[in-house]
Design a protein around this ligand. Sequence first.
Ligand code: SAM
Length: 168
Amino acid sequence: MTVAVVVGCVIVAIIGVGVLIGGAPFVPTRRKWIHDAMKLAQVGVGDVVVDLGSGDGAVLLAALRCGARRAVGYEINPLLVFLSSLRLRRFRKKVVIKTGDFFRAELPADTTVIYLFQVEKVLKKIPDFIEKQRPNLSAKKLRVVCFGAEIPGRKFVRERGGMSLYEF
Ligand SMILES: C[S@@+](CC[C@H](N)C(=O)[O-])C[C@H]1O[C@@H](n2cnc3c(N)ncnc32)[C@H](O)[C@@H]1O
């Protein structure tokens, strides 16, 4: 009984923190779909890929496997930051996973690709968020891949499966 309660609490802690701040709960993107996202954004050598709500780090890992120069995750849930850092420890020279609300973060100046698996309420705020970051960003065109929902009021440039690619 006690073990079941502890396991239950751990599961709730892993899944639920994002929801408390109005973001998506932790639901990992399946491997096949991550592959689609990398293809859609044509992630390759020279890219700096940012996952806003990086969960278990699977997207960061896939980006590095596609040759990305660096992968940066922002994650509100410290437990997931711990687990993903452990998972990506081999790549520690190329990966940074930051704990906290990504809306309060300053994106790396050399960001080229952003991945988002978030709820519509969060995606609605993304254009303003990127606009605010714009003076600090060196890429003329930022590729933004969204999974699960589209950015309200914004036209995507390409689509693959449930993924949409936007340019900002
Ligand atoms: C649907 S999961 C996606 C995880 C991972 N990106 C993937 O695709 O496998 C969303 C993640 O975003 C995190 N999250 C939600 N709102 C956030 C915020 N404002 N700042 C940082 N992380 C957030 C949640 O804790 C959760 O891990």
